[in-house]
Design a protein around this ligand. Structure first.
Ligand SMILES: Nc1ncnc2c1ncn2[C@@H]1O[C@H](COP(=O)(O)OP(=O)(O)O)[C@@H](O)[C@H]1O
Ligand SMILES: [Mg+2]
Length: 355
């Protein structure tokens, strides 16, 4: 379960099943980096009995929640483009750091949004140092999430920053189309979003497949520009993908000038934008489940517990693909006092300033 504390912190306890190296990566990377588009790790505790991480609280939750939950439907075109730009800046910062960092788990549930919908990357559990010196790639066990991992990485275990760019393309596509990267509730040829939608991105049919919730909020020209960017990021050939600084440049250029007009529409309730639609209750689903971050995160990240993820699609990676399926329990501790009462020693983290 996850809730805000009054001090603007969120405390997550990672269960004992959570692998140590994942926790360590989170503390090593997030603890040392500071950038407006990376979530702040404020402190941590890791001893025999506790696995606790304290972050700044991101009030609007994850992009996954905002994009796919029926209760939250406030993502206009310009908001999505701003989120894409923020996330791209976060990735560009990692890729151009003195010692390059590959994020490796770029997906909507790891992009968090603050009260003003500024986006920040979180969850550095799978992050890895990029190649050094003459190395062209890092060889590593394949880990990631179905639907987001780059094909060459899944096939060979060769990891480069370009694998992140593929993941970025998947998220951009999800934002454009308004569908999940993998969705087994759709007809079989549409299960895998990239396979189904990528060929349509450079086609007149594009306008028919864009998320209908954004209708009337973008110009055809801009939509085609962003679709073309997603197309390139999703190139099968890693060298055909742009690098993150090019992605940032393109996204800077498409930030909607009509944003104010669009937000005004939202505020006045005019136009065809649906706000805060009452959730339709799925049969057999407890009422409060739609609001439970933990259950949603589990459903999304743990293929074995998700009935939609049980069967393996032909485009999915082979069985040895080691899915990151953390079984974290999100556990809120109300505030710092409560934290002290619980006799947990929190280590503050010192961070280095980014750009
Ligand atoms: N700082 C935060 N503020 C608000 N919600 C958060 C925060 N950190 C995590 N969450 C919520 O918890 C979910 C899972 O967190 P994450 O760190 O990605 O753990 P996991 O390893 O389970 O993926 C996120 O998708 C988000 O909904
Ligand atoms: Mg996560």
């Amino acid at each position: 379960m996850e809730t805000a504390s009054t001090h603007g912190y969120l405390m997550l306890t990672k269960s004992n099943h959570c692998r140590n190296e994942i926790l360590q990566a989170e503390v090593n990377y997030l603890g040392q980096l500071r950038h407006p588009n990376l979530v702040k790790l404020i402190g941590y505790c890791c001893d025999d009995h506790h696995r606790l991480l304290v972050y700044e609280y991101m009030q609007s939750g994850s992009l996954e929640k905002q994009l796919f939950s029926r209760v939250c439907n406030t993502l206009t075109w310009s908001r999505r483009m701003k989120i894409a730009l923020d996330a791209a800046k976060g990735l560009a910062f990692l890729h151009t750091a003195a010692r390059q960092i590959i994020y490796r788990d770029f997906k909507t549930s790891n992009i968090l949004l603050d009260a003003d919908f500024n986006a920040k990357l979180s969850d550095f559990g799978l992050a890895k140092d990029g190649p050094m010196g003459d190395q062209t790639h890092v060889s590593t066990r394949v880990m990631g999430t179905y639907g987001y991992a780059a094909p060459e990485y899944v096939m060979t275990g060769h990891l480069t920053a370009r694998s992140d760019i593929y993941g970025f393309g998947v998220v951009l596509l999800e934002m454009l189309i308004g569908r999940r990267a993998m969705d087994k509730s759709r007809p079989s040829r549409e299960h895998n979003l990239v396979e189904w939608a990528r060929p349509l991105l450079n086609h007149k049919k594009l306008l028919r497949i864009l998320d209908p919730r954004m209708e009337g909020q973008y110009s055809t020209r801009t939509a085609m520009k962003v679709a073309s960017l997603a197309y390139q990021c999703l190139s099968q050939n890693p060298k055909g993908r742009p690098d993150m600084s090019q992605v940032v440049e393109i996204l800077e250029a498409v930030q909607t000038k009509g944003e104010n007009q669009e937000e005004a529409m939202l505020q006045s309730g005019s136009g065809s934008i649906t706000l805060f639609e009452v959730p339709k209750q799925v049969e057999g689903t407890p009422k409060n489940e739609a609001h439970s971050v933990k259950s949603r995160s589990e459903r999304y990240n743990t293929p074995n517990t998700n009935k939609h993820m049980n069967g393996r699609h032909k485009s999915e990676p082979p069985k040895e693909f080691d899915l990151y399926s953390p079984s974290h329990t999100l556990d809120l501790m109300k505030d710092e006092n409560q934290l002290q009462e619980s006799e947990v020693r929190i280590h503050p983290v010192k961070q280095f300033q980014g750009e």
